[in-house]
Design a protein around this ligand. Structure first.
Ligand code: ZN
Length: 188
C-alpha cells in the first residue's frame, strides 16, 4: 500500500466534498486516514497458513468446539462504510483441532478488507473446512451496517444475519439446533 498516494487521494477527496485540507483540524487527516486504511484492509496481506502457524493439532476430541461472540469490524464493498458485529464459529473435529485463539484471527483476516457479510461468513467456514476437514462447521455472523444506518433508509436498529453450515451441521438437525441454542442469537 502506497501511503503517499493514499494521502494525496484523501486530500483530493476533502477538496471535492467542499473541505479545505489546509485548515488546521484537517492538516494531518490524509496521513491518519492512510494509516487507518492500512490497518482496516490488512487482511489482504495476511496469509492464512502463517496465521495458523503450526497451531493445528491431532486430537481425538469429537465434540462440538464453539467460539462465540467474536467481535469483528469490516467495511462493505459497496459503500466502503463499516459493518460490524459478532461472529460465532463452531466445528466438530475429525482428528484435528486448531488453537482456540486462532479462530478470532481467522475472522480478522477476512474482516479486514472490503467485504459483503455473506462472503466473509462463507470464507471463515471454508477456511475451517480446508485446514481441519472437520465433521461439520457452522459460522453465523450478526452485523450492523453503517451504510444502512447512516444513509438512505436509516434503519437504525436493523441487523443482518448470515450463516454458512456444512457437514453434520447441515445434515443433522439436532447438531444444528444445539449450535443455534448455544449461540442464542439475540442481535448485536
Ligand atoms: Zn454498503
Amino acid at each position: 500500500m502506497n501511503q503517499e498516494k493514499i494521502q494525496k487521494l484523501v486530500s483530493n477527496l476533502l477538496i471535492e466534498i467542499g473541505e479545505n485540507p489546509k485548515r488546521e483540524g484537517l492538516l494531518s487527516t490524509p496521513k491518519r486516514v492512510a494509516k487507518a486504511y492500512e490497518f482496516l484492509t490488512s487482511g489482504y496481506s495476511k496469509d492464512i497458513e502463517e496465521v495458523l502457524n503450526n497451531a493445528i493439532f491431532q486430537e481425538k476430541y469429537d465434540e462440538m468446539v464453539l467460539v462465540k461472540d467474536i467481535d469483528f469490524y469490516s467495511m462493505c464493498e459497496h459503500h466502503m462504510l463499516p459493518f460490524y458485529g459478532k461472529v460465532h464459529v463452531a466445528y466438530i473435529p475429525n482428528g484435528k483441532i486448531v488453537g482456540l485463539s486462532k479462530i478470532p484471527r481467522i475472522v480478522d483476516v477476512f474482516a479486514r478488507r472490503l467485504q459483503v457479510q455473506e462472503r466473509m461468513t462463507q470464507q471463515i467456514a471454508d477456511t475451517i473446512e480446508k485446514y481441519l476437514q472437520p465433521k461439520g462447521v457452522a459460522v453465523v455472523s450478526e452485523a450492523r451496517h453503517m451504510c444502512m444506518m447512516m444513509r438512505g433508509v436509516e434503519k437504525q436498529n436493523s441487523s443482518a444475519t448470515s450463516s454458512a453450515v456444512h457437514g453434520l451441521f447441515k445434515e443433522d438437525a439436532r447438531t444444528r439446533n444445539e449450535f443455534f441454542n448455544l449461540i442464542k442469537m439475540r442481535g448485536v
